[in-house]
Design a binder for this molecule. Structure first.
Ligand code: PLP
Length: 395
C-alpha cells in the first residue's frame, strides 16, 4: 500500500490498481491487436432500440429522469421480472435504475455494508467486485470456484470451504450467475445451499445477473431471489449492457426489498443522480421486446462460443467450455510462459490478439496460468483471431 506521510492518494484508492480488463483494451489499440479482452460487442445494437433512443432525444426527453429511474423503464423491469422469473415487484418501492450494473453494485454495497463487515466473493471474480469491496470498507472473503478436471466439466465450489467463509461478521455474499469469467451457471441445488447459509447467518445476497439471457447447452438461469426464503434478502442487479448489446449506454438497475431499496436510492442519488434519460426511455422499449429476441441472442452466442472454443483448442490451449455469459477461461500452462501476464503480453504484441490475464480475476495466485477470451464479436473477428492464434507456439 502506498501510504507515505503527506500522500495525496487516499488509503482506499491506493489499495487497488486500474482495471486490467480496460488496460488490455488500450494495449490492443496500441498494438492493433484483435480485442478479445473487454466484453463489449463489435456488432450493432438492435435497430428498434437505437431508433427509440433517437426519438427520445428528438422529443426532448433530455432532462433529469426521476432519480430512481423513469417510470416506464421501471414498469418494464417489473413486467419482465414477472414474466421471466414469476416475481411480483413493486416498481414504486423496489427498483432503482443506476448507471449500469457497475454503479448498481457499488451503490448496493455502500447502502448495506459497514466498514469491517465481511463480504463473500467467489474467486475467480469479475474484477470490479474487489475494488467495490475496498471502496465500501468491506473485507472480502474469497471462496474458490475450482476449474473442472476436464475442459467440458463444471467449475465447482467446495461446500465446506463456503460454510467456513460465513461468520458473525459476514454481511453479504456477491453472486454472479451466469458467471464472468468462468461461464458457470449456478444450479438450483447450489443456490439452495447458499440460501441455507444466508438464512443461518442472516446474510444479504447481492446477485449480478447481467448475463441472464446468454446460456448454452440447455443451462437455465435461476434468479437467486426466486429461491424460497431469498426474496427478502436479495439485491438483484441487472442491466441493458449485455442483453441488448449497448455496453456504452450505462443503464442498469437493482431490484430489492423496499427497506434496502430506499437505502440504495439515497446512495445512488448522491453518486450520480441518474442514468441518461433518453436511454432509459429506449430501455423501456428494449424490455418490451418479444421472447424470440432472447432466444436469438442465445442462439447467436452459441455459434460464437463454438467458433472460439474450436479456435482456442485448435491452437493448443486448455479451453473450459462455458455454460453461460460470453467468455472462455483457458489454462496456458502448456506454453511454458512464466505467468499469465507474460503470455498475454506476447499474445497482444506478437500474435495480435488481446485477452485478459487470469490473475486479474483472482486475489490468490491460482489464476497465474489462466487467460480469459471474450467472444462477443462478429464471426469475421473471431475467424481473424483464430488465424492469428495458429501462430502460437510453446516457449
Ligand atoms: N457485471 C459483470 C459480471 C460484468 O461482466 C460486467 C461487464 O463486463 C458488468 C457487470 C458491467 O455491467 P454494466 O455495463 O451494466 O456496468
Amino acid at each position: 500500500m502506498n501510504l507515505r506521510p503527506g500522500s495525496r492518494i487516499s488509503a482506499k484508492a491506493a489499495q487497488f490498481t486500474e482495471s486490467v480488463i480496460r488496460e488490455m483494451t488500450r494495449e490492443a489499440l496500441r498494438h492493433n491487436a484483435i480485442n478479445l479482452a473487454q466484453g463489449f460487442p463489435d456488432f450493432p445494437a438492435p435497430e428498434e432500440i437505437k431508433r427509440a433512443a433517437q426519438e427520445a432525444i428528438a422529443t426532448d426527453i433530455n432532462q433529469y429522469a426521476i432519480t430512481w429511474g423513469a417510470r416506464d423503464l421501471r414498469a418494464g423491469i417489473a413486467a419482465k421480472t414477472a414474466e421471466w422469473q414469476g416475481l411480483t415487484i413493486d416498481p414504486e418501492t423496489q427498483i432503482t435504475v443506476c448507471c449500469g450494473a457497475t454503479e448498481a453494485m457499488i451503490a448496493s454495497l455502500l447502502a448495506t455494508v459497514n466498514p469491517g463487515d465481511e463480504v463473500i466473493v467467489f474467486e475467480p471474480f469479475y474484477e470490479n467486485y474487489g475494488a467495490d469491496a475496498i471502496l465500501s470498507g468491506a473485507t472480502p472473503r474469497y471462496v474458490s470456484l475450482h476449474p473442472p478436471a476436464t475442459p467440458d466439466g463444471e467449475w465447482q465450489f467446495d461446500p465446506a470451504e463456503l460454510r467456513g467463509a460465513f461468520n458473525q461478521h459476514t454481511r453479504a455474499i456477491i453472486l454472479n450467475t451466469p458467471n464472468n469469467p468462468t461461464g458457470k451457471v449456478f444450479t438450483r441445488a447450489e443456490l439452495e445451499s447458499i440460501r441455507d447459509l444466508c438464512v443461518e447467518f442472516d446474510v444479504i445476497a447481492i446477485t449480478d445477473e447481467i448475463y441472464e439471457h446468454i446460456l448454452y447447452d440447455g443451462a437455465r438461469h435461476i434468479s437467486p431471489a426466486t429461491i424460497e426464503g431469498m426474496a427478502d434478502r436479495t439485491i438483484t442487479i441487472n442491466g441493458m449492457s449485455k442483453t441488448y448489446s449497448v455496453t456504452g449506454w450505462r443503464v442498469g438497475w437493482t431490484i430489492a426489498p423496499p427497506d434496502l431499496t430506499s437505502a440504495i436510492r439515497k446512495v445512488h442519488d448522491f453518486l450520480t443522480v441518474g442514468a441518461a434519460a433518453p436511454l432509459q426511455a429506449a430501455g423501456a422499449v428494449a424490455l418490451a421486446l418479444p421472447s424470440s429476441y432472447y432466444r436469438h441472442l442465445s442462439d447467436d452466442y452459441l455459434v460464437r462460443r463454438d467458433q472460439l472454443l474450436a479456435a482456442l483448442r485448435g491452437a493448443g490451449l486448455t479451453a473450459y467450455r462455458p455454460r453461460g455469459a460470453y467468455y472462455i477461461m483457458t489454462n496456458v500452462a502448456g506454453f511454458n510462459f512464466r505467468n499469465d501476464v507474460e503470455f498475454t503480453r506476447h499474445l497482444i504484441a506478437d500474435i495480435g490478439v488481446a485477452a485478459v490475464p487470469g490473475s486479474s480475476f483472482y486475489n490468490s495466485t491460482l489464476g497465474s496460468q489462466q487467460v480469459r477470451f471474450a467472444f462477443c464479436k462478429r464471426a469475421e473477428t473471431l475467424a481473424a483471431a483464430a488465424e492469428r492464434l495458429h501462430k502460437l507456439t510453446p516457449r
